[in-house]
Write a protein that binds this ligand. Structure first.
Ligand SMILES: [Zn+2]
Length: 307
């Protein structure tokens, strides 16, 4: 995104400052485009139960309507984007239907896109997860087990094997598309989490860009918790929100947000939601960052108490 003559300079900037710089540039771009599009209708208030913090009389802001961004056919072509005032989660309303989720994940090829198959891009993704495993002290011990949920091409399992070839890598996905492409996975299971064959206790469970696709992430964390060994950790990455977005900015910046995938991305979770939900299912939120990819993606680590 920078002109060639600036690249040597950009390379010398520390990573945190670089992400902040990119975020600032995106925010300027979003403001400019929103100004050019003209005024959006003002966000309305809506009282209804929150699917995320489970508050019965949750106050929401209806940010606006967002159209479907994937090829269908889907049962509906637009959703409301809501934000809960209490837990701050931004989410699609209504929940996409079961049939639409099947259309998205079981009847389509997701990983033939150049984003996944380009070798340079693949190397960058692998380097990123290798670095994060080390930085966050997540690499399983020798002989320990790790599970990648919604694994697809199982990048985290590959990064684990790079650091610890004798770790046992397990992967789960509802689609069989990538099973033959991941020799670094020792045990690849296809099916819903609740239908998997019994597994040993996990030292690490990873969900990278998965939780935003799940209709009920509260239930998913409750299902994953018993699969962890005491002291085991869950590593999560997901879209967060447009760069430096605040509620008062309204729907405008979402229209240019590259992670706004409708209806695939059902939720854009918050630190508040992670903290509350972790406590409810018996985990601790031990790491939170919202500055990845120019402050557009989040990273969280949850840990099961040691005893
Ligand atoms: Zn809520």
């Amino acid at each position: 995104m920078y002109p060639g003559f600036l690249r040597p300079v950009i390379r010398r900037i520390p990573s945190g400052a670089k992400q902040a710089l990119r975020a600032g540039l995106l925010r300027v771009r979003d403001s400019w485009r929103a100004w050019n599009r003209g005024a959006e209708p003002a966000a309305e208030q809506l009282g209804q139960p929150c699917r995320y913090c489970l508050q019965a009389d949750g106050q929401h802001l209806v940010l606006g309507e967002v159209g479907v961004t994937h090829h269908g056919p889907f049962e509906r072509d637009a959703y409301q984007l809501l934000q809960c005032a209490r837990c701050e989660v931004v989410y699609l309303e209504p929940v996409p239907s079961t049939q639409d989720l099947i259309t998205l994940y079981q009847n389509s090829e997701q990983f033939s896109d150049p984003h996944y198959s380009d070798p340079e891009q693949a190397a960058r993704i692998l380097d990123f997860y290798s670095e994060r495993l080390q930085r966050l002290d997540l690499t399983p011990a020798a002989g320990a087990h790790c599970l990648e949920v919604g694994a697809g091409l199982a990048w985290v399992s590959k990064a684990v094997k790079r650091h610890r070839p004798d770790a046992q890598t397990w992967a789960q996905d509802v689609s069989s598309e990538c099973v033959q492409s991941c020799p670094w996975v020792d045990h690849y299971q296809v099916g819903a989490l609740e239908n998997l064959a019994p597994m040993p206790a996990m030292q690490l469970i990873s969900l990278t860009h998965v939780i935003e696709h799940v209709p009920d992430p509260n239930l998913m964390l409750a299902q994953l918790m018993p699969l962890l060994q005491p002291g085991g950790k869950i590593y999560i990455t997901a879209p967060y929100r447009p760069a430096l977005w605040k509620t008062a900015d309204g729907i405008g910046p979402w229209r240019d947000y590259s992670y706004l995938h409708v209806p695939a991305h059902i939720s854009y979770l918050s630190e508040s939601w992670f903290r509350q939900t972790a406590a409810r299912v018996g985990l601790d939120l031990i790491h939170w960052e919202q500055n990845h990819d120019a402050h557009q993606a989040l990273e969280a680590v949850l840990q099961k108490p040691a005893r």
